[in-house]
Design a protein around this ligand. Structure first.
Ligand code: UDP
Ligand code: MG
Length: 313
């Protein structure tokens, strides 16, 4: 019988010191198993020696393949290039910094063998983080989930196993603002979650700045929900109704002669509503921007070089 093939995709942005370690750890966890496997490292436009390291390793490692992107396209797009070019019966995606423990690979595979199409992971609550941080992360998810149409579970990242069936669905997504976590939730299939304890980053520092995280969250909302637009409509109605209540108030004040001097109330309402209108316009703008980038139909990543034989299977 043909051995099943597993593809492991790691996305690397300036991870020169992590790559050898994570590749070796993946081997250590898959070598003894009964699977045929490939490791696909996507170099997402690194500015350090990541590419050189990958090429050197690949010379003596027939299971290691690299995809060099022409520039930095961001984690989600980099990941997609790896998924697109993978050929395994299932694909596992993980970070290159050892935070996603490679010892989990056999655990994920076991669930796959039991018939799950998607085995996703959730980070155990990190007790070393301050209470404040944990609370704020909870609230972040709560707010995100109330605005968006799909529900995201706290602590899920791009560390998961997907069956070929699911990978084929993702390959058909041509969207420019890719949010794989959302697609996975939206997609359905038989899903199973697994809790894991993350390691510390092996080397280097996080590439996800607050700005990048906010961008990701915005994409998560924009690409899966029109709730913000509806909220603007409801809000407009509420304010309009409230201002109707002002008519009798104004009439009575006029009649009883208690008319306010007016400057403060005018300037406040003008600036308040000016601000609110700009916010609502901005929300509209975000949606239009997303239509704009979608309509251009630019590729979401460009491969500069790869040692993957794309006609292999
Ligand atoms: N990454 C990437 N492109 C980017 C930013 C990050 O491929 O533009 C990769 C990075 O090399 C790592 C993974 O995405 O393998 C997660 O990034 P990071 O560890 O910096 O995020 P954190 O774990 O701190 O959230
Ligand atoms: Mg990390």
């Amino acid at each position: 019988m043909r051995k099943k093939k597993v593809s492991v995709v790691i996305s690397c942005y300036n991870e020169e010191n992590n790559v050898p370690v994570v590749v070796e750890a993946i081997h250590a966890n898959l070598r003894e198993t009964n699977y045929n496997y490939e490791i696909i490292a996507v170099n997402d436009g690194s500015r350090d020696r990541t590419q050189e390291v990958l090429e050197t390793l690949a010379q003596t490692d027939d299971k290691l393949f690299f995809i060099e992107l022409s520039r930095n396209f961001g984690h989600q797009n980099a990941l997609k290039s790896g998924l697109d070019l993978s050929s395994g019966d299932c694909v596992i995606s993980m970070d290159a910094d050892m935070q996603h423990p490679p010892e989990m690979l056999p655990v994920l595979l076991k669930q796959w063998e039991e018939g799950y199409d998607i085995v996703y992971t959730r980070r155990a609550e990190d007790k070393s983080l301050s209470k404040m941080k944990r609370k704020s992360s909870k609230w972040f998810y709560r707010i995100l989930n109330s605005i968006s149409d799909i529900k995201l579970e706290e602590g899920t990242a791009d560390f998961r196993l997907m069956d070929r069936r699911a990978i084929n669905v993702i390959a058909n997504f041509k969207g420019s603002d890719l949010f794989i976590r959302g697609i996975v939730t939206w997609m359905g299939f038989k899903q199973k979650d697994i809790i894991y304890t993350p390691n510390k980053r092996f080397s280097g520092e996080t590439k996800y700045t607050v700005k990048k995280m906010l961008n990701l969250a915005t994409q998560g909302i924009l690409s899966f929900s029109t709730k913000p637009l509806k909220m603007a409509v409801y809000f407009g109605f509420a304010v309009a109704l409230l201002s109707i209540l002002f008519i009798p108030y104004a009439a009575i004040s006029l009649y009883t002669g208690h008319v306010m001097a007016g400057w403060v109330s005018l300037i406040l309402s003008v600036s308040l509503f000016g601000g609110l209108q700009l916010i609502v316009l901005g929300v509209l703008g975000l949606y239009i921007g997303s239509i704009f980038s979608q309509s251009k139909g630019f590729p979401t990543y460009i491969v500069r070089s790869t040692n993957l034989n794309q006609n292999e299977e």
